[in-house]
Design a protein around this ligand. Sequence first.
Ligand SMILES: [Fe+2]
Length: 382
Amino acid sequence: MQIFKFMVPEIIFGKGTLRLIGESARRLGATKVFMVSDEGVARAGWIDQAVQHLKDVGLEYQVWTEPTPNPKDYEVEHGKELYLEGGCDAIIGLGGGSAIDAAKAVAILATNGGKIQDYEGVDKIEKPLPPLICVATTAGAGGEVTQFTIVVDSKRKVKMTIGSKSLVPDIAIIDPLLLSTIDAVLTANTGMDALTHAIEAYVSVAATPITDVLAYRAIQMISSSLRASVASRTNMEAKISMAMASLLAGIAMSNAILGAVHAMAHPLGGLLNLPHGEANAILLPHVMRFNLIACTERYAEIAQAMGEKVEGLSTREAAEKAIEAVERLCSDIGAKRHLSEFGLQEEHIWELSRVAAEDVSLITNPRDATVEQIAEIYRAAL
Ligand SMILES: [Fe+2]
């Protein structure tokens, strides 16, 4: 058995648990909270509710909604200035992947100083972060439970991955009610992000028996509830199932890490600002086809988890069923299928492939990939 460690925050799960945000912050010793969120979350009314819960327990607060999708270095540096000027002593990330990534990046800079680029890579954070609570408003990104944050270097146009045990939040709150204000497109995209986390974690070279059970169950739950969650904002059973599946997939990928889909999606976000979930959904079947020879048995298991009939099939045939099942899910939920729909052209492919080949997520991909092979996968997804 390989040596591994397993990291997870305190998790509070369930309908209506947003109301525990105030007492959670107090428990961590907060007196003035810096809340990182975005305009969409504000419009949905969740910031007002969260702020009320902070007021109820006598906490001061400052709300910051500047971060954009794929948060940028200059945004998080501005956030850090506001945090320090405001005399805050704890951070809450309330949002989807971008707001939570921005909250974590502000937390790094608040106590460690310097530029966010200084922390690119693994284990570069030396000083403890302020108390950090993350509340997910989407079911997919997983940042509320992971040891990672991703920030765009605006000069290099590269998504930097920062990994450290310090980035595991102190408390993660997952309230499925928050999913009821998300439209079908975002539900589909974030759901495909969660499925990608689960599949990449399941076939990762760093997978462990602990991450396997989490990833496998996440694949089962997403396969059986994502369609229903996309179909209706008010199907609370589907929302609860997706919230749990996203949580399981997030913990699995935080500990087993990712693979070529994320390595290739990151430069699409950095260079072309493509939404993360959409990039994953397009790339996932193509990367699965590339990885097939490295993890045929695992794909056959994924086919079973996705509800495919595999009796009587060879392992190879069953593995191919997993790829077909992913494609059918993408098509049922209306996910985009071609990178050209986002303006990607042949001329972009070499630069994207060069950056993807250097992405840390590639290290745990089950099949080694050269720049040329990565370029072929992008080309197939055009
Ligand atoms: Fe992701």
